[in-house]
Ligand binder design. Structure first.
Ligand code: NAD
Length: 433
C-alpha cells in the first residue's frame, strides 16, 4: 500500500517507520523544513529508542522517504494519515484543531482517485465529520472516506507499542475504507491483535476515554499514597495488593509527582470541555485534573519539608526533567511546575537530564549540569523527578561525599527507604512512611 503521513512528529515518524517496516511504501511529510532536512540527511529529530535503526533500515530498503511537499505523495496514496499536533487551545482547554483542519484543506486539493484519509491525531468527537465536510466543500468530485484510527503508543516504548499493540481501533462510516485499513494492519493479524471496527464517533471517544481512565488511575494511586503517608502504610505494597486483582490490574499504579506529558494533561482537559459542551459533564475527570494540578505544585513543599521547611538560599539538585524516561519530550513535564515552585521558595536549582535539551529553553534560572554527580555537588537536597535507568544505580557513597547534606527526595520511589537510610541519607519518597 502507498501510505502518506502528514506530520512527522513523535506519532507520525514512529507510525511511518513501522508501516514501512510492515512492507508498505511510506512518505512522511512535515512542514518543518529543518526536520525533513535532518531526516533526509540520516538524522532523527527526536529521541526514541530504536527509531534511528528502524528509520535507517527502511530508508535503505526504499520504503520510507521524507518531504516537505505533499502533492505527489497524496495523489498516489491509498491512505493519507493526519498525525499533526492537537495541543490545548489557550484559555479554554479545547483541543486546538487548526493544524488538523489545515491538513484536511491541503489534502483535499491534492486527492486523486479513491483515498482513505485517516485521523491518527487525538481529536474530539465530531472532528471526522468536520474533516469530511471540509474536503467535500473543496472537492465535491473527490472519492474519499474519512476514518478515525487513534494511536495508543507510549513514548519511550513507541516501536514495540506500534508493532505489538493491545488493540487497534478503527472507526469508519464508509465500508470502502474497511479493506484498506485491514490491509494496512494485516501484519498484526499474525500476532492476533484485536482490531476493533466501530463507528467514527465511537472511535474518537475511545481514545479520550482510555487516556482519561489512565490519568484517573494514576491520580487515584497518588491520593492513596498521600493517605499512606498520613496513616503509616506503604503505597507500593498497597499497589501490589490491589494490582494483582485482575479486575484492577497492576499497571499505572506507580505513585509519583503527578502525571504530565504530551497527552494526558491536554486530553483530560479536552474531554472535560467536550463533555461540558455536550451537557454530560465528566466530574471524575474534572476532579482528576484539579487534583493533579495541585499535586505537581505541592511537590516543592515536600522538598522543603525534607530540609526542615526552609529552602531559602538552599541548593536543590534535580535528577530528571523529561515527563518520563527514554524520551526527550518536555511537554507538560511535572518538572516545569516543580522547578519554578522550588525557585519561588528561595532555592537555587541545578539539574541534569540525559535528554532534556529542550528543558534549557523552557526553564529559567536553572544551572544545567552534565551528569548526576555534578547535579549533586554542593546540594543541600537531591530530588529525583524522572526515573531514568542511570539514576537507579547511582554511586551513593560518592553522591553523599559530594552533597552539602545527604538528603534525597525520591519522587519516583526508585530506592528502598531502609537501604538509603542505612547509607546515612535523610530520605523522603512518595506514600511510604
Ligand atoms: P508532534 O508535535 O511531535 O508532531 C506533529 C508534527 O506535525 C510536527 O512536526 C509539525 O511540524 C507537523 N505539522 C503540523 N501541521 C502540519 C501540516 N499541515 N503539514 C505537515 N506537517 C504538519 O506531535 P505528536 O506528539 O506526534 O502528536 C501528534 C498527535 O498524536 C496528537 O494529536 C497527539 O495527541 C497524538 N498522540 C500522541 C502520542 C505521543 O505519545 N506523542 C501518543 C498518541 C497520540
Amino acid at each position: 500500500m502507498h501510505v502518506t503521513m502528514i506530520g512527522t512528529g513523535y506519532v507520525g515518524l514512529v507510525s511511518g517507520a513501522c508501516f514501512a517496516d510492515f512492507g508498505h511504501d511510506v512518505i512522511c511529510i512535515d512542514k518543518d523544513a529543518g526536520k525533513i532536512e535532518r531526516l533526509k540527511a540520516g538524522g532523527i529529530p527526536i529521541y526514541e529508542p530504536g527509531l534511528d535503526v528502524l528509520v535507517a533500515q527502511n530508508v535503505k530498503a526504499g520504503r520510507l522517504s521524507f518531504d516537505t511537499e505533499a502533492a505527489d505523495a497524496v495523489a498516489k496514496a491509498d491512505a493519507v494519515f493526519i498525525a499533526v499536533g492537537t495541543p490545548s487551545r489557550r484559555g479554554d482547554g479545547h483541543a486546538d484543531l487548526s493544524y488538523v483542519y489545515a491538513a484536511a484543506e491541503e489534502i483535499a486539493g491534492l486527492l486523486d482517485g479513491f483515498t482513505v484519509i485517516v485521523t491518527k491525531s487525538t481529536v474530539p468527537v465530531g472532528t471526522g465529520d468536520e474533516i469530511e465536510r471540509i474536503i467535500k466543500a473543496k472537492r465535491p468530485d473527490a472519492q474519499f472516506a474519512v476514518v478515525s484510527n487513534p494511536e495508543f503508543l507510549r513514548e519511550g516504548a513507541a516501536i514495540e507499542d506500534f508493532k505489538r499493540p493491545d488493540r487497534v481501533v478503527v472507526g469508519l462510516e464508509d465500508e470502502r475504507a474497511r479493506p484498506v485499513m485491514t490491509e494496512l494492519y494485516r501484519p498484526l493479524y499474525l500476532n492476533e491483535t484485536p482490531i476493533v471496527f466501530t463507528s467514527r464517533r465511537t472511535s474518537e471517544l475511545i481514545k479520550y476515554a482510555a487516556n482519561a481512565f489512565l490519568a484517573l488511575k494514576i491520580t487515584y494511586i497518588n491520593e492513596i499514597a498521600d493517605l499512606c503517608e498520613a496513616l503509616g502504610a506503604d503505597v507500593q505494597q498497597v499497589a501490589k495488593g490491589i494490582g494483582l486483582d485482575k479486575r484492577i490490574g497492576g499497571k499505572f499504579l506507580n505513585a509519583g509527582p503527578g502525571y504530565g506529558g504530551s497527552c494526558f494533561p491536554k486530553d483530560t482537559l479536552a474531554l472535560v470541555r467536550t463533555a461540558t459542551d455536550a451537557g454530560s459533564p465528566v466530574r471524575l475527570i474534572e476532579t482528576t485534573v484539579e487534583i493533579n494540578d495541585a499535586r505537581k505544585k505541592a511537590m516543592s513543599a515536600k522538598v522543603a519539608k525534607a530540609v526542615d521547611g526552609d529552602l531559602t538560599g538552599k541548593t536543590v539538585g534535580v535528577l530528571g526533567l523529561t515527563f518520563k524516561p527514554n524520551t526527550d519530550d518536555m511537554r507538560d513535564a511535572p518538572a516545569l511546575d516543580i522547578l519554578p515552585a522550588l525557585q519561588a521558595l528561595g532555592a537555587k536549582v541545578q539539574a541534569y537530564d540525559p535528554e532534556g535539551e529542550e528543558a534549557k529553553h523552557m526553564l529559567k534560572g536553572v544551572d544545567f549540569k552534565s551528569d548526576a554527580y555534578e547535579a549533586a555537588t554542593g546540594a543541600d537536597v537531591l530530588v529525583i523527578i524522572t526515573e531514568w535507568d542511570q539514576f537507579r544505580a547511582l554511586d551513593l557513597d560518592r553522591i553523599k561525599g559530594l552533597m552539602k547534606t545527604p538528603t534525597l527526595v525520591d519522587l519516583r520511589n526508585i530506592y528502598k527507604p531502609e537501604d538509603i537510610r542505612s547509607r546515612g541519607f535523610k530520605y523522603a519518597s512518595i506514600g511510604r512512611a
